[in-house]
Design a protein around this ligand. Structure first.
Ligand code: SAH
Length: 349
């Protein structure tokens, strides 16, 4: 086993079979070796900096019906909201004052935001702040919309692949199509976005083989960013009685990703912080190097309920900024308020 871990550390590569073997046989001792190698790799590529992104959850209205998600169209209990373009800009202004230089605009698949409206929002943000990066996380649109948004100034796009197992993907996404998701990701990359893919850990029916598929898929796609979090069951969804993912399993996947795609940006996700009071700090220690504090108006935070018991729903943006910095420092790292472009994109530039 140690030989495989050494190979992973030295070459950042393993076969799918080797990954499956490790996932099935990793004991405590070797897990610690994996974590240590992941941390060293992060230090080598990105040093001890943690990049901050201001997250603006601008609409929880969604036409899709993903089985795991609390804002799926079939959930009639969630109170729906949509920020106006002006309200989104106000969140950015507040974020800019607090030092943020990257804004992540995330929403359900809400087509009230037409191509034209989205273009105007992106253009306005870029006009107001010439030194910020704009990241979109708005789900699936046509490649031509993606292209026009890129031309309008959007720099990055987050679209998790959710699971690389076609079997699982189709079970979990009755209104969506696996090939289409993958084509969106490839298209976004071709257009020139810095692209974020990623997956959930602990989905019902997810096997070690499925997780190896995720890792292998990411190695091939080689995205700039990789978002990984535990699946957390929501009581108003069909998966309410599922077990959900664990912090420990998610840490293993984070460490694997840091080793397989060493130059990627890897967030310590809010879902980790929700499952464990030190979840994000633990993630930072096994290779994660991004955090995404919330800039959404406090009144809407709890309504953006992908899963329940989400943290930080009552904290002012300024408070979140301070709190997260303390956490980052306590884990032995330092905040970087810059744009935080991926190493891959810096090489291309
Ligand atoms: N509509 C956008 C944004 C989705 S929300 C899109 O399609 O990309 C952001 C992420 O939250 C999703 O990609 C999914 O991986 C995650 N998520 C949704 N429900 C979740 C749950 N119950 N537990 C954990 N993560 C969840």
């Amino acid at each position: 086993m140690i030989a495989l871990l050494d190979k992973l550390y030295a070459q950042h590569d393993l076969t799918k079979e080797e990954i499956i073997f490790l996932l099935k046989n990793l004991d405590e001792e070797h897990k610690n070796v994996l974590f240590d190698y992941a941390h060293r790799t992060r230090m080598k590529y990105y040093g001890n900096k943690v990049f901050m992104r201001g997250l603006i959850e601008f609409s929880n209205i969604c036409k899709q019906d993903c089985l795991y998600c609390g804002i799926r169209v079939s959930n009639k209990k969630v109170e729906r909201y949509r920020l106006t373009p002006d309200e989104i800009i106000d969140c950015c202004k507040e974020g800019y004052r607090l030092g943020y230089r990257t804004f992540v605009l995330q929403s359900g698949e809400d087509f009230w935001y037409t191509e034209e409206k989205l273009i105007n929002i992106v253009k306005n943000i870029k006009k107001l702040f010439s030194d910020v990066a704009v990241t979109l996380s708005i789900g699936e649109r046509s490649l031509s919309v993606y292209e026009h948004l890129f031309k309008a100034g959007a720099d990055r796009f987050l679209l998790r692949h959710e699971t690389a197992s076609k079997r699982l993907y189709e079970k979990l996404h009755p209104t969506m199509n696996y090939e289409n998701r993958i084509n969106c990701l490839k298209g976004l990359k071709e257009i020139g976005y810095q692209v974020g893919a990623g997956f959930m850990v602990g989905l019902p029916g997810q096997t070690a083989e499925d997780l190896a598929e995720d890792l292998y898929f990411l190695k091939e796609l080689n995205p700039d960013m990789i978002g990984i979090g535990p699946f957390i069951p929501h009581s108003e969804t069909p998966l309410r009685d599922a077990d959900g993912g664990t912090v420990e399993d998610t840490l293993v996947m984070l460490a694997f990703v840091r080793l397989l795609v060493p130059d990627c940006l890897l967030p310590a996700t809010t879902a980790m912080g929700t499952l464990h009071p030190k979840g994000r700090e633990l993630a930072l220690k096994v290779g994660a190097n991004v955090v995404m504090p919330n800039l959404s108006p406090i009144g809407v935070r709890a309504k953006y309920e992908l899963y329940e018991n989400k943290i930080c729903t009552g904290d002012e943006a300024a408070h979140c900024r301070q709190c997260i910095e303390k956490r980052i420092n306590s884990a032995g790292f330092e905040v970087d308020m810059g744009r935080g472009d991926s190493l891959q994109s810096q090489k291309k530039a």
